[in-house]
Design a protein around this ligand. Structure first.
Ligand SMILES: *[C@@H]1O[C@H](CO)[C@@H](O)[C@H](O)[C@H]1NC(C)=O
Ligand SMILES: *[C@@H]1O[C@H](CO)[C@@H](O)[C@H](O)[C@H]1NC(C)=O
Ligand SMILES: *[C@@H]1O[C@H](CO)[C@@H](O)[C@H](O)[C@H]1NC(C)=O
Ligand SMILES: *[C@@H]1O[C@H](CO)[C@@H](O)[C@H](O)[C@H]1NC(C)=O
Ligand SMILES: *[C@@H]1O[C@H](CO)[C@@H](O)[C@H](O)[C@H]1NC(C)=O
Ligand SMILES: *[C@@H]1O[C@H](CO)[C@@H](O)[C@H](O)[C@H]1NC(C)=O
Ligand SMILES: *[C@@H]1O[C@H](CO)[C@@H](O)[C@H](O)[C@H]1NC(C)=O
Ligand SMILES: *[C@@H]1O[C@H](CO)[C@@H](O)[C@H](O)[C@H]1NC(C)=O
Ligand SMILES: *[C@@H]1O[C@H](CO)[C@@H](O)[C@H](O)[C@H]1NC(C)=O
Ligand SMILES: *[C@@H]1O[C@H](CO)[C@@H](O)[C@H](O)[C@H]1NC(C)=O
Ligand SMILES: *[C@@H]1O[C@H](CO)[C@@H](O)[C@H](O)[C@H]1NC(C)=O
Ligand SMILES: *[C@@H]1O[C@H](CO)[C@@H](O)[C@H](O)[C@H]1NC(C)=O
Length: 554
């Protein structure tokens, strides 16, 4: 049985490209076969012409990317739906992956909708990564069985499948339309693990992309994943399991306290102090909860302080950064046990599953017994994962010279109250790139402006994980704005100094804010305008040395 990576590509017809010939005339198996890159032109990839399928799809609506966008969803498109398989040199004797029936989960998935590029006049594609990623989530195939990592699937999800999709898709699209390669621009946009995937492409396939948009990347994989069980470990350590209402009160109070710090009281906090994924795997939310009086106890405050303070080992050395103050404490949520009439530990399945499947290498979905787990245990789990997946999922290579020198542009954004992937996790990467390529002095404005020519980071005030925050009515950039910004940067050479984002609820609904580019921070003067200022004290609160580890953590 061959190891096969099936690459599905959807190719869009636009009038400017297709001219007189209609899409249905172009969209034939033989046309696609003759457009395939010839064997020998892509190192390690051999196309299988006999697997080509092609059909015209009429009046289709396009999928929306991260953040969504309502303004583009009613337009319809006619396109040529192409699928083709390829094989990798020397992989002929691999056994096929074990397939399992199950539901797709956001956190470990590759994109499955090949139409998201259409509103931008682009052909776009998705890949099954060789493990049937259209129906399997990677975390269901990451082990062949107890103790045996499925490295093929791991590297494919980590960076390789998307890189190969792009390598195959570019010459195929050019040949299909009869374009010369210089007229082809290539973009990637994703959030959460999609953001990590975007960073993986910038790090590994830098020469293949003109523009990449990476939101709230779930990278620094080992530390970030284990951090989901950190709040539960704090609860066990101080032996206090707060009712959810108490946590909610603490979070609301921190939002209110931090709100005016940026100069405007608008329900959006300014946080200078200092996985994961969306709420997909938070377990059942329908379990019974009794009435709660919302008393805030000293233990509750100590718990919140410890969580916002971040993981340290027993020597007092920092292992990871934390969620920003005023971010929701989702991973600290407890579960009510009606039998004992008490609140009990509820290990989030994000981190619990990660520790079970990726650290303990046990083919099961969660952690059952967390007795005797200490902060040092968490650090050891992080340390194990960092080395085990250093060249695959960790995704923190800080030297982006290839991407930069081939003209690539990177737009990186992160919600400032992200309760899943800590915002400072993005800042730490920006700092690592800044240090690796420019020496890292934030006050050196020459280096800052050189970096900003090709890599810009925007923190989105008050925003949650890849979207707006129910608790803070702040701005968020739409996926259409993000794409338009990167397209203008690449194709019109318009370098943005700000990122447009609009407020969709609250007292300032409808307002457009032009977000500040990191490391500048917003400072409101009256209730209607702000300037972007560099605040060294604030910058220092975002700067972490993860000294619990005995190697540099980029
Ligand atoms: C490329 O190589 C594959 C695998 O060896 C083979 O099946 C396929 O027919 C080749 N493609 C062409 C166009 O010859
Ligand atoms: C697509 O939509 C147009 C306009 O609504 C309609 O005339 C046409 O018949 C549709 N085509 C198909 C194949 O459904
Ligand atoms: C695209 O082609 C694949 C393979 O033939 C098929 O499974 C899929 O349903 C097609 N999609 C559409 C929208 O026609
Ligand atoms: C894998 O390990 C778990 C936990 O020890 C065990 O419950 C399960 O049966 C094992 N699975 C296999 C296939 O051995
Ligand atoms: C916190 O604020 C949110 C909305 O801003 C509200 O729905 C929630 O009830 C508040 N929590 C508490 C405990 O008051
Ligand atoms: C609030 O409820 C807790 C138990 O959840 C109880 O210990 C406490 O006395 C109550 N406080 C008030 C003021 O009712
Ligand atoms: C509560 O008790 C019932 C009956 O003994 C048992 O089935 C259930 O698992 C218990 N629930 C918890 C959360 O311990
Ligand atoms: C852990 O997973 C097992 C099997 O998937 C399930 O039976 C059990 O209820 C889960 N435990 C928790 C705490 O979610
Ligand atoms: C936890 O530690 C205690 C005391 O060291 C020991 O008796 C117990 O067996 C441990 N529990 C587990 C699950 O390892
Ligand atoms: C951002 O907003 C400015 C001012 O409102 C506008 O001129 C510009 O076109 C917008 N840029 C994008 C990419 O939407
Ligand atoms: C800004 O709005 C707040 C209410 O949110 C109000 O108290 C304050 O006076 C306003 N400041 C200015 C300068 O208009
Ligand atoms: C780093 O080295 C120190 C001293 O040997 C050791 O105590 C610590 O556990 C090591 N850190 C990790 C993450 O292994």
């Amino acid at each position: 049985m061959r190891y096969q990576s099936r690459t599905a590509l959807a190719v869009l017809a636009t009038s400017s490209l297709v001219n007189a010939r209609s899409i249905s005339q172009l969209c034939t198996v033989s046309n696609v076969q003759s457009a395939l890159p010839a064997n020998g032109t892509l190192l390690g990839i051999q196309m299988l012409p006999s697997t080509v399928t092609a059909n015209t799809v009429y009046n289709a609506t396009a999928g929306t990317g991260p953040g969504g966008s309502t303004s583009i969803s009613s337009t319809t498109y006619n396109y040529c739906n192409v699928t083709v398989a390829y094989t990798r040199t020397g992989k002929n004797d691999r056994v096929p992956f074990r397939l399992r029936e199950s539901v797709l989960r956001g956190g470990f998935s590759l994109a499955t909708d090949p139409t998201e590029g259409f509103p931008y006049g682009a052909a776009s594609g998705v890949t099954d990564a060789g493990y049937d990623a259209f129906s399997n989530s990677y975390d269901e195939v990451n082990l062949y069985g107890n103790g045996t990592i499925n490295w093929d699937a791991t590297y494919m999800l980590a960076y390789q499948a998307l890189g190969e999709l792009t390598k195959v898709g570019k010459p195929l699209t050019s040949a299909f339309y009869g374009l010369d390669d210089t007229r082809l621009y290539t973009y990637f946009s994703g959030c959460s693990d999609g953001g990590r995937q975007g960073m993986s492409q910038v790090q590994r396939w830098g020469e293949e992309y003109d523009g990449v948009v990476a939101g709230a990347p779930a990278f620094r994989f080992a530390q970030q994943q284990v951090s989901h069980v950190f709040p539960a470990t704090v609860e066990q350590t101080i032996d206090y399991y707060p009712p959810p209402c108490e946590l909610s009160k603490i979070v609301n109070a921190t939002i209110a306290a931090c709100d005016p710090l940026d100069g405007r009281t608008d329900g959006v906090s300014y946080t200078s102090l200092g996985f994961g994924f969306d709420k997909r795997a938070e377990g059942s939310s329908t379990t019974y909860q009794p009435a709660q009086n919302g008393t805030v106890t000293a233990e509750g405050v100590a718990l919140a302080k410890a969580i916002y303070g971040g993981l340290h080992d027993s020597r007092g050395k920092r292992a990871f950064l934390s969620w920003q103050i005023a971010a929701e404490l989702s991973d600290a949520e407890t579960e009510y046990n009606s039998n004992t009439s008490s609140w009990e530990l509820d290990i989030p399945s994000t981190g619990g599953e990660y520790v079970t499947r990726f650290v303990e290498l046990v083919d099961a979905d969660n952690l059952s017994n967390r007795d005797n787990v200490t902060y040092d245990t968490l650090v050891q789990w992080m340390n194990f994962g960092m080395f085990e997946y250093l060249d695959s999922l960790q995704t923190t290579i800080p030297d982006l010279t290839t991407f930069k020198s081939s003209g690539g542009k990177l737009l990186h954004y992160h919600g400032e109250s992200d309760p899943s992937v800590p915002t400072a996790n993005s800042v730490h990467y920006w700092q690592s790139v800044h240090a690796a390529m420019y020496g890292g002095e934030p006050a050196n404005t020459k280096h800052l402006s050189e970096l900003a020519e090709w890599y810009q980071l925007y923190l989105v005030p008050g925003a949650a994980h890849c979207g707006t925050n129910d608790l803070q009515p702040g701005p968020f950039p739409s996926s259409a704005t993000l794409m338009q910004t990167i397209i203008d940067r690449v194709e019109k050479d318009e370098q943005p100094s700000r990122l447009n984002a609009s407020v969709s609820s609250g007292a300032y609904e409808g307002e457009t804010q032009r977000l500040c580019q990191w490391p500048d921070r917003p400072l409101w003067h009256d209730n209607s305008s702000f300037e972007c200022v560099f605040d060294e004290k604030s910058y220092e609160t975002w700067t972490y040395t993860l000294s619990a580890f005995n190697v540099t953590v980029y």
